[in-house]
Design a protein around this ligand. Sequence first.
Ligand code: CAA
Length: 257
Amino acid sequence: STQYESILTSRPHPSVTLITLNRPKALNALSTSLFLELNKALFEADADPEIGAIVLTGSDKAFAAGADIKEMKDKEFSDVYKNKFLENWGELARLKKPVIAAVSGYALGGGCELALMTDIILASPTAKFGQPEINIGIIPGGGGSQRLVHAIGKSRTMEMVLTGRMVTAQEAEQWGMVSRVTENVVEEAVKMAIEISSKGQIAVQAGKEVVNAAYEMSLAEGLRFERRTFHGLFATKDQKEGMTAFAEKRKPEFTHS
Ligand code: CAA
C-alpha cells in the first residue's frame, strides 16, 4: 500500500483500516501535506470492498493540536481566499463508510474539528478538546463553530470559541460531544469498527446517510428521507437474509447486496 510521511495506515482486522496521524514532534499539527495524505488514505479505504469502517487516531499525547500554525503564520488573505485554504478538509464528509475517531490527549482547533467531522468519537480519559483559535487572533475555520452548536448547543460552543478553554473528556461526554470515555480507546474503536463491518454494508451506508441528513433537513423532510431509504432496503438481499435468519434462529450471512 501507499507510503506516507505524516500518517501511518494499518489493518488491525481484514475489514478495518486504522489511520494514525504521525507528526509526533508537532503534536500532529494538521499541515496541508498531512491533510492531503489523510484524504488519500480515507478515500482508498472507502473504495476498498473489504473495508467496512475506518478508525482515525493520533498519539497518546495528541490526537491533533490543530492546523499547522507555523505554516499559516505568514499567509495573506489573498492566498487563503484564492487557494480556498482548508476547503479540502470537508472531503471527509463525503465518505460513505463510517469513521470512528479514537481521541487521546489534545484535540485542539483543527484537531477538535477533525474529530467532529467523523461519525463517532470515543475519548480516552486523557482527551482534551478545545477551540483555542481565539488565542492566536482567529476563529475556527474547519467547521468547529457550526458542528459544535449541533453537538453541544450554543452557550457551550460560545464559551469554547470565545474563551479557548479546553474541556476534559468527562465534560465532553456529559455534553454529548463524544459517545463515551474509555481506556484503550484505539482497541475499543477497532472493536466497534469490526462490529459495524460485520453488518450488511448497504444498511450501514444508509444508516450513516440518514443520520447525517438530520443536520441538513427539516424534521418533516428528514423523516420522509428516512422512511424512503428504509423502504429502499427492502430491495436488498441483506434484508431478506437478515429477517430470514432471525426467523430461523441463526446468524445472518450478509452478502452486501
Ligand atoms: N501548529 C504547529 N506546531 C505546533 C502546533 C500547531 N497547531 N501545536 C504544537 N506545535 C508544535 C510546537 O510548536 C512544538 O514545536 P517545537 O518543539 O518545534 O517548538 C511542538 O509541537 C510541541 O509543542 P509544545 O512544546 O507547545 O508542547 P506543550 O506540551 O508545551 O503544549 C499545547 C501543548 C498546549 C497543545 C501547545 O502546543 C499548543 O497550544 N498548541 C497550539 C494549539 C492551537 O492553538 N491550535 C489551534 C490552531 S489554529 C487552527 O486549528 C485553525 C482552524 O480552525 C483550522
